[in-house]
Design a protein around this ligand. Structure first.
Ligand code: HEC
Ligand code: HEC
Ligand code: HEC
Ligand code: HEC
Ligand code: HEC
Length: 308
């Protein structure tokens, strides 16, 4: 049980974050005290072990424990496309037909599963047995398990938090990491300037085909457009500036919210319309009404739209 669940929701939300941490510490101490002795006599299980089952992989990246303190960010993330990075990609179709298809889920390996480089990059850490388990989950349309496979907090704040994806062991990366954080509850937090850079998002939002796989496919291309069109024409904002204002983890646009999408697009694509009406007289006594319509659409986005 989380500390959050001991209090009614309204009271818990009104407790300042630093006080919540102390409540959490006290509760954790009381809860773990009897198990400390057991922990001493049981062999240690290292956190850097390669996950050999799908369950181990899911547990390793489970964001549930972050919810307790980072309640707002967690709720935003849950509403984001990052939280459903597998359920919307029609993977079953690719597994049944075409170059990625497998006759049996057991034939799926990390090498022939290119979609996961960006939609579930943590698979890279696991074994081929886990890739096979995931293929079975997808082919059986096991939605409950698929929902647990996503781009969770640790994917961005650890694996993708430093350049070249070589994070230090047991370190989590944040944009500031200067405030006090509850050390015994947290992995060590380090400041990573990379978290504020466009390249952080570019790791998945696409430059080119993924040549390291058996079937190099290309899905997202947007970061290329950002680098080759927006930046050379004087653009100075990062992806985070436009898509994560005030660290908003919903990362809009949310394609499931049509109203919000139209509002955002109206702001993003400003349209100027100039008209001139006149009459054209090709022959005597014949007047043809004419109109000149000049439209200018300006994209205020940091890349082509639509793009992906
Ligand atoms: C898609 C990548 C991504 C995911 C997933 C993600 N984050 Fe972040 N997070 C970022 C980036 C980038 C920033 C820095 C934004 C900035 O400062 O411009 C950030 C900032 C933060 C901050 C600092 C907020 C502040 O006020 O400066 C916290 C805390 C945080 N994230 C926690 C979480 C938690 C908890 C989750 C999971 C529920 C999560 N993040 C999921 C990319 C991500
Ligand atoms: C017991 C409460 C607690 C839990 C549990 C917790 N955090 Fe934090 N975390 C904090 C506090 C407090 C800070 C200090 C900064 C702040 O006030 O947001 C912090 C800071 C951070 C930062 C650094 C933000 C920066 O300013 O650079 C990140 C990233 C982060 N947490 C992610 C996570 C993730 C991911 C999880 C789950 C694996 C998690 N936290 C679990 C309380 C918690
Ligand atoms: C680990 C890979 C990864 C990283 C890092 C990442 N994204 Fe994403 N992002 C994705 C995937 C995959 C989707 C599509 C999920 C789906 O709907 O299937 C997505 C969806 C989105 C969307 C929703 C719109 C859409 O077309 O689906 C936005 C906006 C977005 N990301 C912005 C960002 C920003 C800004 C950053 C950097 C702070 C970032 N992403 C970092 C992989 C990533
Ligand atoms: C100057 C602001 C700006 C910058 C910089 C920017 N974007 Fe966008 N982005 C937009 C706007 C505006 C839209 C379209 C309307 C919307 O937000 O709904 C958009 C749309 C998107 C979409 C949805 C795809 C589509 O075709 O609609 C994704 C994904 C995305 N951006 C990711 C990124 C990433 C990743 C970066 C950094 C490499 C980035 N954006 C940089 C403003 C920006
Ligand atoms: C290089 C990283 C990368 C690879 C590899 C990749 N994707 Fe994507 N994919 C993304 C990102 C980032 C987005 C979100 C931005 C966008 O809409 O393009 C996305 C979006 C999608 C979407 C739209 C999601 C939605 O909710 O509307 C589908 C479908 C999709 N990918 C399918 C696939 C499939 C299938 C594969 C494997 C054959 C694959 N992707 C491989 C990065 C990738």
């Amino acid at each position: 049980m989380h500390s959050r669940e001991i209090f009614p929701r309204s009271i818990w939300s009104s407790i300042p974050l630093n006080k919540r941490i102390w409540i959490h510490r006290l509760r954790t101490f009381l809860a773990v005290f009897p198990t400390i002795f057991l922990a001493l006599i049981l062999p240690c299980t290292g956190s850097d072990q390669q996950p050999e089952t799908l369950k181990q992989l899911i547990d390793m990246y489970d964001p549930a424990s972050c919810q307790e303190c980072h309640e707002e960010i967690y709720a935003q993330w849950q509403n984001s496309h990052h939280a459903r990075s597998i359920t919307g990609i029609f993977m079953a179709r690719y597994l049944k037909k075409g170059p990625l298809s497998v006759r049996n889920p057991r034939e799926a390996t990390r090498k022939n599963f290119p979609c996961f480089k960006c939609h579930l990059p943590q698979l890279e850490k696991a074994t081929d047995a886990v890739a096979a388990e995931i293929a079975a989950v997808i082919l059986n349309n096991d939605q409950t398990t698929m929902q647990k496979l996503n781009i969770s907090c640790m994917v961005c704040h650890q694996d993708k938090g430093v350049v070249h994806g070589l994070p230090e062991r047991d370190v989590m990366y944040g944009p500031k990491a200067e405030k006090e954080y509850p050390e015994e509850e947290h992995m060590r937090v380090k400041k990573s300037p990379f978290m504020k850079q466009a390249a952080m998002c570019g790791q998945c939002h696409g430059l080119g085909p993924v040549f390291e796989f058996e079937h190099p496919i290309q899905c997202a291309t947007l970061y290329g457009s950002y680098l080759h069109a927006y930046i050379p024409s004087g653009g100075s904002q990062t992806c985070q500036d436009c898509h994560m204002k005030k660290a908003d983890h919903t990362c809009p646009p949310n394609f499931n919210d049509r109203m919000d999408i139209s509002k955002r697009l109206r702001q993003a694509l400003t349209m100027e319309v100039n008209t001139l009406a006149y009459r054209f007289q090709p022959i005597e006594n014949r007047f043809v009404p004419m109109i000149v319509l000049k439209t200018k659409i300006t994209s205020n986005a940091g890349h082509r739209i639509p793009d992906g």
